[in-house]
Ligand binder design. Structure first.
Ligand code: ARG
Length: 450
């Protein structure tokens, strides 16, 4: 492609070092779409005849079909997807193919392709996240009234329901979707027409190209447009954070599935056995999800680091943007799909959950609230209940079996009623709290919006 200036062929090692076709081939549909839009604008500018455009379009569609069906011969001498496609086109249709690259550079071309690709994958991920949300919502509805302990510091804190716990993840995933939507706005801008870095002396209708490709607008600074990879960084960050959320869910499920907790059982289809210990049923999907989150973080850091020292505009370092991007997308798509299946088939062991939640210590805070309602300042109430808890522990008597009136005259005869789990949950009616009515209302709200 640049033979005019060079007397020697590129060294083999340099070709191996610099090729990106082994991974950027996956941009082929976006590259073809971008080229067809570019060619149509060339017709409008009087650079191509209608006939030339038709043969370019037909040729590109043929190349696309060959790649899709696995019949295309990629060549690493042609470095990347852009040159592989252009060269195949010119081979097919001759002179018209050689006109296609007018007023375009691989720099604006690769930025265009990558933006189109990101847009498509953002939409695909959004659908997958909705699927996982739906699986969680279905379980939450079924277990809106199944009590479990809620934890802080992994110590039992207060009673909640399985439904409320699972809906916390639906919230996180909801924010993730809105982050993707927000990122999509900055992705969906057309850089085509920015050329190598300074536009072109040949003016094509950039807006027409943007419209054809479904972009919302055109970029407004050619130098920025060529070197900008913010949209990839944002997308990678959003995926890394989705990884954080999936990893936390995994960790909860790993605990829930342990003999120590016993709150949930995963399907045989989503667990693995041990080659040595016959009794084992391991939550490998959860562990892999937790582990793969490391890659999602690594990919974000890789991109940020590649971009940080670059002078304007395009530098070949930027070719390093694609593998992290592709890896995060691939990793996250299968993670979301397999977690959706696993959650849908997970069984909650309601009795074990309820037994754990029936620890009267979980209602120690409610007992303090009871004292507050009887006029005791909260700090004093906290101390009084603390004394009751200490007495319970030292006398090995459950908190709900102690004679509380011996500790303070503020405890009335009705103090024991605090220890009714159902009443305790029923009282938690403020927005965001886990009363069964609230959880069911949230289930309904999410069902309507997912
Ligand atoms: N394969 C290249 C990349 O992904 C395309 C742009 C090449 N531009 C250049 N001036 N060498 O970055």
């Amino acid at each position: 492609m640049w033979k005019g200036r060079f007397a020697k062929a590129t060294a083999d090692l340099v070709q191996q070092y610099g090729e990106s076709i082994s991974y950027d081939w996956r941009l082929y549909r976006h590259d073809v779409a971008g080229s067809i839009a570019h060619a149509r604008a060339q017709v409008k500018a009087g650079l191509l005849t209608e006939e030339e455009f038709s043969s370019i379009e037909k040729g590109l569609r043929e190349v696309e079909e060959e790649i899709a069906s696995g019949h295309f011969n990629f060549s690493i001498e042609l470095e990347d997807i852009h040159m592989n496609i252009e060269s195949a086109l010119t081979e097919k249709i001759g002179a018209a193919g050689a006109k296609l690259h007018t007023a375009r550079s691989r720099n604006d071309q690769v930025a265009t392709d990558t933006r189109l690709y990101c847009r498509e994958e953002i939409d695909a991920l959004t659908v997958l996240i909705s699927g996982l949300q739906s699986a969680l919502i279905t379980q939450a509805e079924q277990h809106a009234a199944s009590v479990i302990p809620g934890y802080t510091h992994l110590q039992r804190g207060q009673p909640v329901t399985v439904g409320h716990h699972l809906l916390a993840y639906v919230e996180m995933l909801g924010r993730d979707k809105s982050r993707l939507t927000d990122c999509r706005k900055r992705v969906n801008i057309s850089p085509l027409g920015s050329g190598a870095l300074a536009g072109s002396t040949i003016n094509l209708d950039r807006q027409q190209i943007a419209d054809e490709l479904g972009f919302d607008a055109v970029t407004t600074n050619s130098m920025d447009a060529i070197s900008d990879r913010d949209y990839i960084a944002e997308f990678l960050f959003t995926m890394a954070l989705i990884g954080t959320h999936l990893s936390r869910l995994s960790e909860d499920l790993i605990l829930w599935c342990s003999s120590e907790f016993g709150f949930a059982t995963l399907s045989d289809a989503h667990t693995t056995g041990s080659s040595l210990m016959p009794q084992k049923k391991n939550p490998d999907v959860c562990e892999l999800t937790r582990g793969k989150t490391g890659r999602l973080y690594g990919n974000l850091i890789a991109l940020l680091t590649s971009a940080k020292g670059l002078p304007l505009t395009y530098n070949r370092d930027l070719q390093e943007d694609k593998e992290p991007l592709f890896d995060s997308i691939d990793t996250l798509k299968i993670a979301l799909a397999v977690n959706t299946e696993m959650i849908a088939e997970m069984a909650i062991n309601v009795e074990a959950c309820e037994a754990a939640a029936s620890d009267p210590l979980l209602l120690a805070t409610d007992l303090a609230d009871y004292l507050v309602k009887n006029g005791v300042p909260f700090r004093q109430a906290h101390e009084l209940v603390g004394q009751a808890v200490a007495a319970s522990v030292s006398s090995d008597t459950p908190l709900d079996k102690l004679d509380l009136s011996t500790i303070s005259e503020h405890y009335g005869a009705d103090a024991q009623t605090v220890f009714n789990l159902q009443t305790a949950l029923k009282a938690r009616t403020n927005p965001g709290a886990p009363s069964i009515e609230n959880v069911l209302a949230e289930v309904k709200r999410w069902k309507d919006s997912v």
